[in-house]
Design a protein around this ligand. Structure first.
Ligand code: MRU
Length: 344
């Protein structure tokens, strides 16, 4: 399995997703600031993977912190991570877990040793990582039944092993169907502007021998209309309490096109992606990234010098377009608000 991120004797090691698919190289972070930089520049990306990176980064920051400033440093490190990427709620979920563990350790004994706290935070980060891999596999177990032998599945962005602790959400379900021997084909949206589909999903599919074809984002509608897509399967960055879903820009268009063409539209995400405090998609913070990413194509300027570009990184798909949400605890269908509440 691809090692997206790991903890190695007081360092955080991650595969450099900016270099893929041409080069498989690993980045070693020795300071928490390097983990923050890796999240910001997309060395590591994908909602669950960002959450795991933050948890490991917090553990790393505390590990390197002088004993007297540990408490103060802990909260400022958590704040620094919370300013990295605003949409993926797994980030905030992981930070909250680290805070709860930190506070629990101090509550257990007021004279607790710094080493005990450091060990506890490292344990918590590793637990968050393991829990995510287990959840991914469970989503595969639940979701693979939705894929039939001979199906063509359209996916967007990268919701695979690279976007998670390992295995993947949407790609995890696709992997599970493939591992079961189902003959499937994956249509991979290239996913402008950063090409997570063309670079990362295509790389994962090739590595595993899952039959797949790359298409540009604007081909999806025509392929659906021509009967070349049986179902759409995507990941999520945040799911509101009512079932609205934020995911990579372009997901909303796919959902509307799927509905128009009578094609099921599935969202696959761990329960750490559900944000019970956000009532609907209208309240979700959507990350706005630099226009340069749109003005360039893989680092090469394509628009006239000085031209403007708009670059919202995510969009919201209203729940009415979603056929089902696949989680590690089971599959939720409409009414989504009730399903999400029952799951919690
Ligand atoms: O900007 P990115 O590459 O972090 O966006 C990732 C996505 O939109 C994924 O689809 C989402 O995080 C789900 S990953 C399991």
């Amino acid at each position: 399995m691809i090692k997206t991120i790991s903890w190695d004797r007081g360092t955080v090691v991650m595969i450099d997703q900016k270099a893929l698919p041409h080069e498989e190289r690993y980045v070693t972070c020795r300071k928490y600031e390097e983990v923050i930089a890796a999240i910001n520049d997309m060395t590591i990306r994908g909602a669950p993977a960002v959450g795991i990176a933050a948890a490991m980064g917090i553990a790393l920051g505390v590990l390197n912190s002088p004993e007297k400033q540990m408490k103060e440093n802990f909260y400022s490190i958590c704040d620094a991570f919370s300013r990295t990427r605003p949409t993926a709620v797994n980030l905030f979920w992981a930070i909250d877990r680290m805070k709860s563990r930190f506070e629990k350790e101090f509550a257990s004994t007021p004279h607790i040793k710094a080493d005990t706290v450091k060990k506890a935070l490292t344990e918590e980060a590793l637990y968050i990582h393991e829990k995510d891999i287990r959840a991914n596999r469970q989503m595969g177990v639940h979701g693979k039944h939705l894929i039939e032998d001979g199906n063509t599945i359209l996916t967007h962005c990268n919701a695979g092993a690279l976007a998670t602790g390992g295995y993947g959400t949407a790609l995890g379900v696709i992997r599970a169907a493939h591992e079961e021997g189902k003959k499937i084909h994956v249509l991979v949206d290239e996913t402008r502007p950063l090409l997570q589909g063309a670079r990362l999903t295509a790389w994962e599919m090739k590595n595993e021998g899952i039959p797949a074809t790359l298409i540009i984002d604007s081909m999806a509608g025509s392929f659906m209309k021509r009967g070349m897509v049986d179902l759409v399967m995507v990941g999520a960055d945040r799911i509101a309490a009512n079932g609205d879903v934020a995911n990579k820009i372009g997901t909303y268009s796919l959902a509307v096109l799927a509905r128009e063409n009578g094609i099921p539209f599935y969202v696959v995400a761990p329960i750490s992606t559900i944000d019970h405090h956000t009532r609907t998609g209208n309240e979700m913070p959507l990350e706005e990234r630099s226009g340069e990413e749109v003005l360039e194509f893989h680092g090469t300027q394509i628009a006239p010098e000085g031209f403007n570009a708009h670059n919202p990184s995510f969009d919201v798909t209203p729940k009415r377009y979603i056929t089902a949400i696949i989680t590690e605890k089971g599959i939720i269908t409409a009414p989504f608000g009730k399903g999400i509440k029952d799951l919690a």
